[in-house]
Design a protein around this ligand. Structure first.
Ligand SMILES: *Cc1c(COP(=O)(O)O)cnc(C)c1O
Length: 410
């Protein structure tokens, strides 16, 4: 089957919504731009030429397909058959490049001459700067001033790749402010600018488009698990920040009710402490960055109802919103969402390193930390595919500091 045919089977949001979630809650001035993007995406998604261009780059440049690796020693420890979908082996070390390649090809088709993006920890900024270099497009990245300081290595990477990094001084000077600033740039420069969003967040059509582009993870995994064991898996597990690696893994399996879908959020210091990023677990329905979903808000002081600051040891899960399709999967019961703390994630990172010789990202470690619970529900012959969203090199300083002073987030 061609990629366009596979994509055509994935759920389309009706009226820009997944159930009651999603939509386009944006300023009037942005409507023409997202309308143009929606039309362009609808045409590209069913166009075999678009996908042959994307697929060729994913193969030649990113190094796809990524491996589906049977983790024998980890399987023995957790008591289930565990397979790891190795997005950490992609060029740039995580799944984010899949989405960036697709949106860059779309930008070129639309005749846009300039890429902009928001970034939190800097991973999406680096992936965007990478494709901008590849496509010879000027690139400007909005990043909270706080994050610019905390993630100086990624700022240097983006600059080496030719991007301009704009520190954002408004609000809490973090990801949500960077995204507001990028949206503002887009309003001002709609004619020539393409806004490349990094997760399944933002107004329609972004959650739909980014999920389709990341579905290469799940589409490959489905073929690979069939080749390996001749049947569908019993469960899929992935970490959820904005939710793009999880949505990409889950989407092709959604119709098969026998496949459990488990998303794992960051519980930070513990959901009960209020210092966490477990949006689906402990947030409420609200609107952020143009779409209706779950959000984290202040509840117990004069900032009541305002967006709260998310906390996690893994910068990539540190977002006070979550993609609307996850909110819909939670509402329908199709997917289950768990939360794991900083300490549990660190222990899981150590466990994967010790059993399999793989240093995963701290984000990914949250998914690994849920394996015991998921294994108990599928049994020792049960097959679990874990989305190994990224490699851990970027986190080694954080991990080293935390191991020497337990309980402290640097
Ligand atoms: C950015 C990132 C995440 C979180 O983003 P999602 O959109 O939820 O996938 C997870 N893992 C890694 C390695 C990341 O870089």
């Amino acid at each position: 089957m061609s990629t366009a045919d596979e994509i055509a089977r994935l759920v389309e949001p009706t009226g820009g919504r997944f159930g009651e979630f999603g939509g386009q809650y944006v300023a009037e001035t942005l409507m023409p731009a997202i309308g143009e993007l929606e039309v362009a995406w609808r045409a590209a998604r069913s166009d075999p030429d678009f996908w042959s261009e994307v697929d060729a780059l994913l193969e030649d440049y990113v190094g796809r397909p990524s491996r589906l690796y049977r983790a024998a020693r980890l399987s023995a420890e957790v008591g289930a058959q565990v397979f790891l979908k190795r997005e950490d082996l992609n060029h740039t070390g995580a799944h984010k490049i899949n989405n960036c390649i697709g949106q860059a090809v779309l930008a070129r088709r639309m005749g846009k001459r300039r890429l902009i993006a928001e970034t939190g920890a800097g991973q999406h900024g680096v992936a965007t700067a990478t494709v901008a270099a590849l496509f010879a497009l000027p690139c400007e990245i909005y990043m909270g001033a706080e994050d610019v300081v905390r993630q100086s290595l990624n700022v240097e990477r983006m600059r080496l790749l030719g991007a301009t990094v704009h520190p954002v001084e408004s609000g809490t000077r973090t990801l949500k402010d960077a995204m507001n600033e990028a949206l503002r740039d887009w309003v001002t420069n709609v004619g020539d600018t393409f806004y490349l969003i990094g997760s399944v967040a933002g107004p329609h059509p972004y959650p739909w488009m980014v999920r389709d582009l990341q579905s290469v993870i799940g589409r490959e995994a489905m073929a690979q698990i069939y080749a390996a064991v001749g049947r569908m898996p019993d469960a899929l597990v992935a970490c959820v920040g904005g939710g793009s690696n999880a949505a990409g893994l889950f989407a092709p399996f959604v119709d098969d009710e026998n496949v459990k879908l488990v998303g794992v959020e960051a519980a930070g210091d513990g959901v009960e402490t209020g210092r966490h990023a477990a949006t689906l677990t402990a947030g409420r329905v609200g609107v952020l960055h143009g779409s209706k979903s779950y959000v984290l808000t202040h509840e117990d002081d004069e900032r009541m109802g305002q967006i709260a600051h998310a906390h996690s040891i893994s910068a990539g899960l540190d977002y006070p919103g979550v993609g609307p399709e996850h909110a819909a999967w939670k509402a329908s019961g199709r997917a289950t969402y768990l939360a794991r703390t900083d300490d549990q994630a660190l222990a899981a990172l150590e466990r994967l390193a010790r059993t399999e010789g793989i240093l995963c990202a701290l984000e990914t470690a949250h998914a690994i930390a849920a394996l015991d619970e998921v294994a108990a529900s599928v049994g020792k012959d049960g097959i679990i595919i874990v989305g190994l969203s990224g490699r851990g090199d970027k986190d080694m300083v954080t991990v080293a500091q935390r191991r020497s002073t337990p309980g402290q987030v640097p």
